[in-house]
Every structure is written in C-alpha cells, then in structure tokens.
Design a protein around this ligand. Structure first.
Ligand SMILES: [Zn+2]
Length: 86
C-alpha cells in the first residue's frame, strides 16, 4: 500500500487548530486526566508558558514565542482534541 503526502493532513489538523484553544481537551500521558486546556495550571516564563496537568503536575505543553513564531511542544499530552462544533 502506498503512502500519502502530508498535504492530506491539512483538513483534519487544520480543523483541530481552528478551535478555540482553551476549549480543546487534552489527556495527560502521566495520569490520564482529561480536561479542557482552560483548566490546566499555566506558569508564565520569560520565553513563553509552561502548561501543567491540574491533577499530577506533569508538564503537558510548552509554548515559546520567538522571532514572530510560536513553537509548541506537547511532551505530556497523550492526545489533544478540538471541542464539538457549536
Ligand atoms: Zn496528569
């Protein structure tokens, strides 16, 4: 079976990223807690933000803004899903 190129991801990933981020729900890889990002504990940092699990305090995400770009690492998220359409 042949593979597709990354352009096929434009629809599903574009849909995910077009949601209001605070309503997106994530699952912590450390403890399995599922919650909206708005419920996470966020710590400001000179370079950006560290997002920690509300339940176990593991690092879910790191958001860095530099040079006009935003970089996102998700070391502790098992999955991230957009909210249901209104
Ligand atoms: Zn957790």
């Amino acid at each position: 079976m042949g593979h597709l190129d990354g352009n096929v991801l434009a629809g599903p990933i574009g849909d995910l990223l077009s949601f209001e981020p605070t309503t997106a729900r994530g699952e912590c890889a450390g403890c399995g807690d599922v919650a909206a990002l708005a419920q996470a504990a966020v710590y400001g940092h000179p370079m950006g933000y560290v997002v920690r699990c509300r339940s176990c305090d593991d690092v879910l995400m790191v958001v860095v803004e530099r040079g006009g770009r935003t970089m996102l690492r998700m070391p502790g998220l098992r999955r991230l899903e957009g909210a249901d359409p209104v």
